[in-house]
Write a protein that binds this ligand. Structure first.
Ligand code: ZN
Length: 316
């Protein structure tokens, strides 16, 4: 990586640690925010963006690339339950044109239960490969998007994970529903921006060895599993996996987590979650879709469209 790219990456990471969110330019180029102003009122800004005209200046998009969250549930509570399937279809299909202007490589694949989006992001200026996102968007309300990320490595697509991916299909966990940064039927460009910043966090982890920005604990009812999750995933100098906005893991929850027996915690984790932390990976049909060897799988085959409530506790 060019020194200048590394410098930009480091600065974005520094801002993410300070809860300052980067700009995302067209094509998915993430750049540092112009100021160190901490952003609040996440939900309101996201709503506004659905009506905002877009342009190459990323100022109008600064509200999109917000917090990520380890434990996310695809199901959107609240407002989404009141949205009908036809409304979701209309909302998504109407945005394809504007998404293609911002992310020109975007492609849409129809599906019996919704639509697939395949889109590419540059992620970082000067990076000689970018990322591809495969995004399943069900039209039935209550399920939310499900997406996978891959680096466009010359040797073939490389899955982006396992940090901050869902159990156990390795799908992207880029934000927590409680953040209100994106809700079902919302702006697709904002959604791809969020995935793009998630990929940039992975790049930061790869280059510098640490995850930048806020991290979340596992969602209820998995609080008992959090010590193991943090011990296994969190580096000492990363923001603590309990969701703290300021405290590093070593000086926050780690001393308490260390009182547990790690082997016992690992067993409890497998018993409750039905698999190990390291078992996360994309379904074969998704991997084959990414390589171009196969067409898009049916959304119903990779996204549980039967029981939205039942699956929430298995994700993080
Ligand atoms: Zn903590």
């Amino acid at each position: 990586m060019e020194p200048s790219s590394r410098e930009i990456l480091t600065e974005i990471g520094r801002q993410l640690d300070a809860n300052v969110f980067p700009h995302v330019f067209d094509g998915g180029v993430v750049m540092p925010s112009a100021s160190d102003v901490v952003s609040f009122a996440l939900g309101e800004e996201t709503d506004d963006e659905q009506q905002r005209p877009r342009g190459p200046a990323a100022g109008s998009r600064k509200g999109t690339a917000r917090r990520k969250g380890t434990p996310c549930r695809s199901r959107q509570a609240g407002a989404s339950a009141r949205i009908s399937g036809r409304m979701l279809r209309t909302a998504y299909e109407a945005q394809v044109g504007s998404l293609e202007k911002v992310y020109p490589t975007s492609r849409v694949f129809p599906d019996d239960d919704g639509m697939w989006l395949q889109t590419q992001s540059s992620v970082l200026s000067g990076l000689d490969y970018g990322a591809t996102f495969l995004i399943a968007l069900p039209f039935a309300p209550g399920f939310g998007p499900r997406a996978w990320g891959f680096w466009n490595d010359p040797g073939g697509p490389l899955w982006i994970g396992p940090r901050h991916t869902n159990f156990f299909d390795g799908s992207i966990c880029a934000f927590s529903p409680s953040d209100n940064v994106w809700t079902e039927g919302g702006n697709l460009t904002s959604l791809v921006d969020l995935y793009t910043v998630w990929a940039l966090r992975h790049l930061h982890l790869k280059v510098t060895g640490r995850w930048p920005g806020r991290q979340y604990s596992l969602p209820p009812p998995n609080e008992v599993l959090n010590p193991y999750y943090r011990l296994a995933q969190c580096k000492d100098d990363e923001l603590c996996g309990c969701g703290s906005l300021t405290a590093r893991y070593a000086e926050c929850c780690k001393p308490r987590d260390l009182r547990f027996d790690l082997g016992r915690l690992a067993q409890d984790f497998v018993r409750h979650m039905g698999g190990r932390l390291g078992d996360r990976k994309p379904p074969l049909a998704i991997a084959d879709f990414a390589t171009g060897e196969c067409t898009a799988p049916r959304i119903s085959d990779v996204h549980n469209l039967m029981a939205p409530m039942a699956r929430t506790s298995k994700q993080a």
